[in-house]
Design a protein. Structure first.
Length: 328
């Protein structure tokens, strides 16, 4: 049967499929009781702060429509900021703003919003328009991350971030997600952002894909991805790996940004990281996950885990992972 032949071909290339991911890794290694911590971005941020993990500065939280009366006072001292739904997913509901004057604000694409329009937008967040399952939500306002100069050329009207897949505390695969015009400045591959596979041992680019097609240059800025190197790579891997201790999740995705002043910062943690990272990297996840599973059980600290990865998981010359692998 055709589907069976295709599945066997993917398995031969080490590609992890969505059903295997769900059953063999998410269900097996992620206890349901631990999901609320990562499904709520505000809880994640506060837990990370308590653990000494660097995150963007929190300016305020809005939990009711009554608090919208004081929105002007909250925003008054802020020149640049981001508004996020606490339980949003896939980049939905995130609003990036800069102050234009006392009454108006501007989005990265140039659209001007009044205070009344921002108040209405937050009201939609509270009603659950952007939340998982459409449940009532809260909004929080945090500092706008200013991209590291080495990465901003790989982005269009948005902030590039780095997704690192962590298994049993080991960073096993990484990609840079680059916003584009097609993705409306969002680092979401499903919306048209570019995924750049990153060598987990060096921080160097492997190759890039957009909409499951290999590309060499950013579609908007024209910059060549072949010269891309992510700075402070070991520091970034250390931060990403620490999310294992923070959450107790055995299989997770750490989303990290590099601020030009503060270095790597944790944005959020995903308990169900998608599989497009394989397409971006041209490498399947299965073999790496199985390698970690077969390691002797011991108290590996973060430094030891990263040292193991550095010694064993260098870039492999392999055909790009098959198009059609789903996930974000």
């Amino acid at each position: 049967m055709l589907w069976l032949k295709r599945r066997n071909n993917l398995r031969a290339k080490g590609i992890l499929g969505i059903n295997e991911r769900n059953i063999a890794y998410i269900s097996r290694y992620n206890e349901r009781k631990r999901f609320p911590l990562v499904d709520n971005k505000l809880l994640t941020k506060r837990a990370a702060q308590q653990a000494g993990i660097a995150v963007p500065e929190l300016y305020g939280v809005i939990e009711s429509t009554y608090q919208l009366r004081t929105l002007a006072n909250l925003l008054e001292p802020l020149d640049q900021f981001v508004i996020k739904p606490t339980r949003g997913s896939g980049g939905k509901g995130i609003l990036v703003l800069s102050r234009q004057d006392e009454r108006n604000f501007v989005k990265p694409g140039g659209q001007i919003l009044s205070l009344a329009e921002i108040r209405h937008y937050i009201s939609n967040i509270l009603s659950g328009v952007y939340s998982l399952g459409g449940q009532p939500d809260s909004a929080f306002i945090e500092a706008l991350v200013i991209s590291d100069p080495g990465l901003e050329q790989y982005s269009y009207e948005g902030l590039p971030d780095i997704r690192v897949v962590i298994f049993q505390g080991f960073p096993v695969m990484a990609m840079l997600r680059c916003p584009t015009h097609a993705s409306d400045g969002k680092a979401n591959l499903h919306q048209g952002a570019v995924g750049v596979g990153i060598d987990i041992t060096t921080g160097n680019a492997l190759h890039a894909v957009q909409n499951n097609r290999v590309i060499s240059n950013h579609p908007d800025t024209g910059v060549d991805f072949s010269d891309l190197v992510i700075s402070e790579w070991t520091t970034l891997l250390t931060l990403a790996s620490s999310c294992y201790e923070l959450t107790g999740l055995g299989y997770l995705g750490s989303d990290i940004v590099i601020d030009r002043s503060h270095g790597p910062l944790l944005l959020e943690i995903n308990a169900r990281p998608g599989l497009s990272i394989q397409t971006a990297s041209g490498i399947g996840l299965r073999d790496r996950l199985m390698t970690i599973q077969q390691l002797p059980k011991s108290n590996w600290d973060i430094e030891a885990r990263i040292a193991y990865i550095m010694a064993n998981f260098g870039a492999i010359d392999i055909e790009p992972a098959a198009a059609g692998v789903r996930g974000c």
